[in-house]
Design a protein around this ligand. Structure first.
Ligand SMILES: Nc1nc2c(c(=O)[nH]1)N[C@H]1C(S)=C(S)[C@@H](COP(=O)(O)OP(=O)(O)OC[C@H]3O[C@@H](n4cnc5c(=O)[nH]c(N)nc54)[C@H](O)[C@@H]3O)O[C@H]1N2
Ligand SMILES: Nc1nc2c(c(=O)[nH]1)N[C@H]1C(S)=C(S)[C@@H](COP(=O)(O)OP(=O)(O)OC[C@H]3O[C@@H](n4cnc5c(=O)[nH]c(N)nc54)[C@H](O)[C@@H]3O)O[C@H]1N2
Ligand code: SF4
Ligand SMILES: [Mo]
Length: 708
């Protein structure tokens, strides 16, 4: 055993939405132990296998520590070489300013990926650069993910971040669609230790019903699992609403005083019977009626849906129907139902409510949301000539070549750009196209306050932790990169630069001015949180309506014309049955989208990138486990190893996303050894939720063939 002194650090894990508290032991700048923080009021000591990867991320020899510039060798090939920070920042800022001078701001495209929401400095300081570049060509992972949630919250509750959060610890009945929290650890629902919480629900006599085309880990644990044909959840949900009205189960309680539109909804679902929904969904009409009654009759109940019902062709319709059900049953804004949070840094008050359709994309006319265009049209905006064409692409904490539909087309399109800049610690499938890569410090080298996910948590808590390690000399945090670029671009364009205030100061001001700040008994500030490194519990979620509503009249709006019209699109699309296989996604607790495949500890064991198929379908095709099968979509084909599994609904196949490494020009030895294939080489940028513009990466029609 080493004689070196051990230091103990408290840290919140930022890798997924669960915000688990960690206790990290270090010796001489090395992590020697990571475990759950028993004193964290939210996570209560829970961690998943990814927590220890914080050490692996920090120590990863393939993580970029210096900026990289892409050069062309004499042999005509591209390669990345290290350069100094001043040169890299100048190069990037110069390219941005020159592009704007020549072609206007819309010639700059930007894509921000998922970790940008988990990195608080990135959230606070993106605007230090982008306030000078108010381009229409902004994209993010939101539109391959939770866009329908935001849109429905904006429409019904008046703010895109007013998302009702399932109060799992006090509920009696939980109807869950298209979510697998046992693998994902919860989403739009910060719920560390979810397995225990769901088990507790069952132990106190409550019921968990999971609706999913695959019998997932969560479905295994549930009281009941219903298979559903991908993309048909809207029928199931609309039929539930029909039953609630027909069988006198609509009982909004106090919500009735400030809810508009229930009568219109009743008319809209008048003929959407369980008998109509049953052949579409594959769920018995009797089961639909029973589930509707059980939920309505429960003392406290939740209807919740996540990726499987957002990233499908009727994502917004599904998310709307879910909120209608929560209101109609009176379960919204009630303990044990779904409630709004009141976080210490109140994003609902601090940010604009969002907006929809104020402009449309040049190429396909797809609507903006919150000044972002749908990611499914990024390639069109890069490749379609004319005013507003993207000439320079900026990516931050994203890997859209692997994470957006028809990733191969984007892979090609990025090569046609005049310039590309990436703020990212990885040289991966996306950043390999960048002329300059600007790598930030590692997570353990900067402090953290979770600005985004306290907003979505099952309890109101607050937690701030300083960096575990000092910043290496010369390195820059994400926020410092954005500030430095912003200053340089402003200087070039003769604009006023934005003050660069460190994120902890901004959060301190927000905490002190927030609901638990200077005017409250809590007196929250960064200093106070430093004195409580495991976090402070601010209590369970409380009813807050109608005050908390952000609609101008403080009323819930349910009769949304765009959504009601979308019911007709659903009917049209489902008028004919098709016999093609439907491809859906799959998450595993050791994966995290595309970016944690370079760590041996998470990758050891059997490959996870295989195609699951029901044994009856395999028998029909004459196929066996272990053989290679080609999956063909409109935009391309991939080959994957087949594995029979009665977890799958017949007619449905499943493949995880985020694989497809080893493309050349990337750095990531272990990831490239576990390359797998990218299911987004088959998913289709034209297969979308036409109402919201969100990608439909689930329920994609595909054909299959055996590989000889
Ligand atoms: N078929 C299919 N496609 C999907 C999904 C699916 O279920 N099926 N899921 C979708 C969803 S929900 C999401 S959120 C997206 C995710 O899609 P993206 O956000 O585009 O992809 P990630 O794999 O999360 O890429 C993360 C990148 O951020 C970098 N990174 C990590 N931490 C930091 C940091 O602190 N600072 C900076 N600057 N960079 C950092 C990593 O190196 C990596 O390059 O994928 C979507 N795509
Ligand atoms: N380990 C791990 N954790 C993660 C991530 C990760 O990649 N790995 N990613 C993080 C991110 S960015 C996100 S957004 C969250 C996502 O969190 P979740 O939404 O909980 O995660 P998924 O596993 O994608 O669950 C989607 C479920 O929908 C089902 N499904 C597919 N199509 C349909 C359909 O048409 N109808 C219904 N009812 N179900 C359908 C799938 O079978 C799957 O079980 O996870 C986060 N946490
Ligand atoms: S569940 Fe999420 S937050 Fe918790 S340890 Fe795992 S990755 Fe980190
Ligand atoms: Mo996501």
């Amino acid at each position: 055993m080493s004689e070196l002194p051990t230091q103990t650090h408290h840290r919140v894990c930022h890798l997924c939405e669960a915000m688990c508290g960690l206790v990290i032991q270090t010796q001489d700048n090395t992590v020697v132990d990571i475990r759950g923080d028993q004193d964290d009021p939210l996570s209560r000591g829970h961690v998943c296998p990814k927590a220890v990867a914080l050490k692996d991320i920090h120590e990863d020899p393939d993580r970029l520590r210096k900026p990289m510039k892409r050069i062309r060798t004499v042999a005509g090939e591209y390669r990345h070489v290290e350069i100094d920070w001043p040169e890299a920042l100048d190069l990037a800022a110069d390219a941005l300013a020159t592009t704007i001078e020549r072609h206007g701001v819309d010639a700059v495209g930007a894509y921000f990926g998922n970790p940008s929401v988990h990195n608080y400095g990135m959230l606070t300081h993106q605007r230090n650069l982008f306030r000078h570049i108010r381009t229409r060509n902004r994209f993010s992972a939101t539109s391959v993910d939770q866009l329908p949630h935001h849109l429905v919250s904006l429409w019904c509750f008046g703010h895109m971040l007013l998302n009702p959060i399932p109060d799992v610890d006090r509920t009696h009945y939980f109807l869950m669609l298209g979510a697998n929290p046992l693998a994902s650890n919860g989403s739009i629902w910060t719920v560390p230790d979810v397995r225990k919480r769901l088990k507790d629900l069952k132990a106190r006599g409550g019921k968990l019903v999971v609706v999913d085309p695959r019998r997932t880990e969560t479905a295994e644990l549930a009281s009941e699992h219903l298979f559903i044909r991908p993309g048909t959840d809207a029928a199931f949900l609309l039929a539930i609403i029909h039953v609630l009205f027909r069988n006198d189960r609509v009982n909004p309680g106090v919500l009735a005083d400030f809810t508009d539109g229930l009568e219109t909804v009743e008319q809209a679902v008048a003929d959407l019977t369980p008998e109509w929904a049953s052949p579409l969904t594959g769920i018995n009409a009797d089961d639909i009626v029973r589930v509707a009654h059980e939920l309505a009759d429960a003392e406290a109940g939740i209807c919740y849906g996540r990726m499987g019902v957002s990233t499908q062709a009727f994502g917004a319709l599904c998310q709307w129907a879910i909120q209608v059900i929560n209101v109609a049953t009176g379960h919204l804004d009630k303990p044990g139902g779904s409630l709004f949070t009141l976080p210490a840094m109140d994003q609902v008050v601090n940010t604009n409510p969002g907006g929809f359709g104020r402009f449309a994309s040049r190429g396909r006319g797809l609507p903006e949301f919150n000044y972002e265009l749908p990611a499914v049209t990024m390639v069109d905006e890069i490749t379609t000539p004319g005013d507003g064409q993207i000439r320079l692409m900026f990516t931050g904490a994203g890997n859209p070549v692997l994470s957006t539909p028809n990733g191969r087309a984007l892979d090609d399109a990025l090569e046609t750009l005049e310039f590309m800049i990436s703020v990212d610690p990885a040289l991966n499938e996306t950043t390999r196209h960048a002329d300059v890569i600007l790598p930030p410090t590692s997570p353990l080298e900067h402090d953290h306050y979770d600005i985004a996910f306290h907003n979505l948590a099952i309890r109101n808590t607050a937690r701030y932790n300083p960096a575990v390690f000092d910043k290496p000399e010369g390195a820059l945090h994400d926020w410092e990169i954005f500030s430095a670029l912003g200053e340089r671009v402003a200087a070039r364009l003769n604009l006023e630069p934005m003050a660069s205030v460190p994120p902890d100061r901004l959060v301190d001001a927000a905490l002190r001015g927030g609901p638990y700040g200077d005017d409250s008994e809590w007196q929250l500030s960064i200093d106070r949180l430093k004195a409580h490194p495991s976090g402070i519990d601010l209590g369970p979620l409380n009813p807050s309506c109608p005050d908390r509503l952000q609609t101008p009249d403080k009323r819930i709006r349910l009769a949304i014309p765009e959504v009601l019209e979308d019911i007709e699109r659903f009917r049209r699309d489902n008028a004919e049955t098709s016999d093609s296989y439907r491809l859906i996604g799959r998450r595993h607790v050791r994966d995290n989208n595309s970016w944690m495949h370079n760590h041996h500890r998470l990758m050891k064991g059997k490959s996870r990138c295989h195609l699951l198929m029901h044994p009856d379908d395999m028998a029909k095709e004459g196929w066996q486990t272990g053989m290679t099968v080609a999956v063909h979509g409109r935009v391309g084909s991939i080959e994957a190893e087949l594995q029979g599994s009665d977890e799958m609904m017949p007619g449905v196949i499943s493949l995880p996303h985020g694989y497809g490494h080893a493309r050349g020009g990337t750095v990531g030895e272990i990831a490239n050894q576990h390359a797998g294939v990218s299911c987004n080489d088959v998913t289709d940028e034209q297969f979308i939720d036409a109402l919201s513009g969100n990608a439909a990466v689930n329920g994609v029609p595909v054909t299959l063939s055996a590989c000889s």
